[in-house]
Write a protein that binds this ligand. Structure first.
Ligand code: PGA
Length: 250
């Protein structure tokens, strides 16, 4: 039986200095040389570390990605980083529309969709994040919120491309709380339906990652849920041993 490849991506958020990179990445590289072929792994450090992480990995088994990009390729956007710059630094993927960007920076579905186009033009794999807040879940709106975010955040250009969706309930991020496996299955099924509604058959191939308090103890069960094609890992990706344990659970 063909085993599907799980995509496990670490999001370091605004954490990491050069010193952290040496220890953590060296440990992961050594261990991942025995990585099961069923896993594709990526790490998204702050933009300042992408180049150094790529050099440390040297064509090895972990891909390196960005955590956001601007729509424009260059120009008078102080502090901005373009998709082209991430690719130039050696990134192969980029997280887009993370709830922290949506909440802290007011990013809309329409903006995320434009960023998806920019990422694809730069040759990066977009990882597009969606997820409901606790208030929305309690109001029974989780499925409709996720569907609406998917319809608004995807781009026609995704069909046939290398990309992933990440379902990350906002209330599960960094809290230690996770939905039940049934709730994850329900949203992932609804997400797949919305991806197909938006892109037709082109919405069938992309993996749907689960994100939000994934750790070595819960990874195996979550990754076994139908339509869970991998994980987007925040806090646990900062500790090499934990991130490796999650990869091994895939
Ligand atoms: P967490 O973060 O694993 O620390 O909950 C996940 C994310 O924000 O991608």
């Amino acid at each position: 039986m063909k085993q599907s490849v799980k995509l496990i991506v670490g999001n370091w958020k605004m954490n990491g200095l050069a010193a952290d990179l040496t220890g953590a990445v060296a440990e992961m590289l050594a261990d991942l040389s025995a990585r099961p072929a069923s896993v594709r792994a990526g790490l998204c450090p702050p933009a300042t570390l992408i180049d150094r992480m790529v050099r440390a990995i040297e064509g090895g088994l972990i891909e390196v990605g960005g955590q956001d990009c601007r729509v424009e390729t260059k120009g008078a956007f102080t502090g901005g980083v373009s998709a082209e710059m991430l690719a130039d630094a050696g990134a192969t993927m980029v997280i887009l529309g993370h709830s922290e960007r949506r909440q802290e920076f007011g990013e809309s579905d329409a903006l995320v969709s434009e960023k998806v186009g920019a990422a694809l033009r730069a040759g990066l794999m977009p990882i597009i994040c969606v997820g409901e807040t606790l208030a929305q879940r309690e109001a029974g709106e989780a499925v409709s919120v996720v569907r609406s975010q998917i319809l608004g955040s995807l781009s026609d250009q995704l069909a046939g491309q290398d990309w992933a969706l990440a379902y990350e309930p906002v209330w599960a991020i960094g809290t230690g709380l996770t939905p039940t496996l049934e709730q994850i299955a329900e949203i992932h099924a609804a997400a797949r339906a919305a991806m197909v509604e938006r892109l037709g058959e082109g919405g069938r191939a992309a993996p749907i990652l689960y994100g939000g308090s994934v750790n070595p103890a819960n990874a195996r069960d979550i990754l076994a849920v139908a339509e869970v094609g991998g994980a987007l890992v925040g806090g646990a990706s900062l500790k090499a041993a934990d991130f490796l344990a999650i990869i091994r659970a895939a």
